[in-house]
Design a protein around this ligand. Structure first.
Ligand code: APR
Length: 307
């Protein structure tokens, strides 16, 4: 098993490290345009192997030859948000970067599964889909797991219980229009409304929507990477181990939920072939309308693209 991570910045390097520590592949290839950065970070990570006890070899490079024949490729290349910026503000710059990266990846690893992380996420998935010409099963985006993780972590703090006992799902685009679903949130199988009042739920949903911006505001020089890399690694693990996990991911829709020709966060079964299936859960009128609005926002951003 060989996994490539493109972009050796905060998200990419941390993802490579997590993948190596979990021994999800024999080899992890870290690629970046910056000379020396992927080489130095990869060597540093590999030198942690004797202490951490993993055998996954991490190598860094500026080209794609070493990455050839990768089973999974995580794309994190691009610029990150600064305070006051929305993810959509990254569109023009990151679309060019993701296009260039995808061309090289598709050429050297024609059978790879692409896991997109660069923002604005849903539109970057579309750029990778169009550029690679891959089947949409093999082009999937990381957003829902991160948004859900934020939501679960806030709920756990509020209730002072283990995050492990909180099951939840967040759908929609990776932006302000994301659609957390309190109706499908349970704590140890017990519906959320039995644990807290509506005002508290609304406050936590709002904090989840702005979860990324909250981190950017603290960091000032960039955006989140510990939780994003954990989420990307969970997707890689589900794929390489063929776990068939049911996870919220950005998937290309062809009629599911009444939506077509758009990437949006939905529950999928994630396995060795990528998106094995888009899972259609029943939504209320309001939830459906919120999902449609979120998808319309993604489509609006897609229309601003010039590929
Ligand atoms: N090819 C390869 N790497 C590239 C390219 C390219 N064409 N263009 C930029 N990069 C690299 C940069 O050199 C940098 O090392 O992408 C890396 C991005 O790293 P950071 O600036 O640290 O950004 P990071 O926090 O990792 O976020 C990356 O993920 O979560 C999203 O919104 C975030 O779009 C952003 C992306």
């Amino acid at each position: 098993m060989k996994i490539t991570v493109v972009g050796a910045g905060h998200v990419g390097a941390t993802t490579a490290q997590r993948i190596a520590e979990k021994e999800l592949a024999n080899q992890v290839v870290l690629v970046d345009i910056l000379e020396g950065i992927p080489q130095g970070k990869a060597l540093d990570q590999w030198e942690s192997a004797p202490v951490e006890g993993f055998d996954t070899r991490v190598i860094g490079t500026n080209g794609y030859e070493e990455a050839a024949g990768s089973d999974v490729t995580v794309i994190t290349a691009g610029i990150a948000r600064k305070p006051g910026m929305s993810r959509d503000d990254l569109l023009a710059t990151n679309a060019k970067i993701v296009k260039t990266v995808t061309e090289s990846v598709a050429k050297h690893s024609p059978n790879t599964i692409l896991v997109l992380v660069s923002n604005p996420l849903d539109v970057m998935c579309y750029v990778a889909l169009k550029t690679s010409g891959f089947d949409s099963k093999r082009v999937v985006g990381m957003a829902g797991i991160l948004d859900t993780a934020r939501y679960r972590s806030f709920l756990a703090m509020e209730l002072n219980v283990s995050v492990r006992d909180i099951q939840a799902i967040v759908m929609g685009g990776h932006g302000d229009s994301m659609v957390p679903l309190p109706r499908y949130t349970t704590v140890a199988g017990v519906p959320l409304e039995q644990w807290m009042d509506q005002a508290t739920i609304d406050r936590i949903v709002d904090r989840t929507r702005n979860g990324g911006a909250e981190i950017v505001k603290h960091l000032k020089t960039g955006s989140a990477y510990y939780a994003p890399s954990a989420a990307a690694t969970e997707m890689v693990e589900a794929i390489v181990r063929d776990h068939r996990r049911v996870l919220p991911c950005a998937a290309w829709l062809t009629g599911e939920y009444g939506l077509s020709d758009v990437y949006v966060g939905v529950p999928v079964i994630l396995g060795r072939n990528g998106v094995e299936k888009v899972v259609e859960i029943s939504l209320s009128g309001d939830e459906k309308a919120a999902l449609k609005e979120s998808a319309d926002h993604v489509k609006g951003t897609m229309e601003k693209l010039s590929l």
